[in-house]
Design a protein around this ligand. Sequence first.
Ligand code: HEC
Length: 215
Amino acid sequence: MKHTTTVLASAIAVVALAGCASAPSPAELQAQFDAMMKASFRDEGIAKVDRLTQDAGQAACSTGQAPTAEQAKAIEAEAMATIKPPSDGKYLGDWREGEKLAQNGRGMTWTDKSADTSANGANCYNCHQITKAEISYGTIGPSLYQFGKLRGVTNPSAPEAQAMVQYTWGKLNNAWAYNACSNMPRFGHKKLLSEQQLKHVMALLLDPASPVNAQ
Ligand code: HEC
C-alpha cells in the first residue's frame, strides 16, 4: 500500500514538473482568458459584448491587488474630471422618487427595450441601509441613515451646505473620484441613471423632509 502511494506521488511530481516546463506566461494566460471571455458571451438586445472591454481604470482595479497610491491618485483625478454639475444647477429632486429608485434593482438587462435609463433602478439598498422603514438591506457600503443630518445639511440650498451637496453629487456620479476602485457603481459616469434620477436619489439623502433624515 505504502509502495503504491510512493509510486503515485512520484508520478504526480513528474506530471507537475512537465507542466512547469511548458507553463504559459502571464501574458499568454491573459490572452487565453480574454479569448475564453469573448467566446462565452454574445450581443443580445441592449447588452453588448463591449461590456467586457475595460477602460484603464477598470483594468488597474481588476488585478486582484489594491492599486498603488500613485495609480489611485490618477484613477481618482480621471474620475473627478468626468463629474459635471446638474445642467440647471439644481441638485435635489423628489425624495419619494429617490426612495423608489433606491428600492429598485432592475435594469441594464438584454430584455430591456432601450438603453434609456428610465427603466433602471438604483439598487442602493442592495449595499446600504438608508431609511429605518426598510429592514432588508446589504452592508457592503456604509449606512446612509441620517446622511444629510450627520453631514450637517439642514438646508441643502444654504451656501454652507454646498460642499457636502457637491460631494454627494460627485459620489453618485462617479464614486471613484473619492475612492479609486470602490465597489460603488458609477451611476452617472456609466449612464446607469439619468440626471433627473440622480437628483431624486440626492433628495432621498439630503432633503430634510426625507425619512433618511427623520428623528
Ligand atoms: C454594489 C454596492 C453599492 C451600491 C449598489 C451602491 N453603493 Fe454607495 N457605496 C458602496 C460602497 C462600498 C461605499 C464605500 C466606499 C466608497 O466610499 O466608495 C459606498 C459609499 C457611498 C456613499 C459615501 C458615504 C459617505 O459616508 O461619504 C454614498 C453617499 C453612497 N454610497 C450612496 C449610494 C446611493 C444613493 C446608492 C444608490 C443610488 C448607492 N450608494 C449604491 C457600495 C454601493
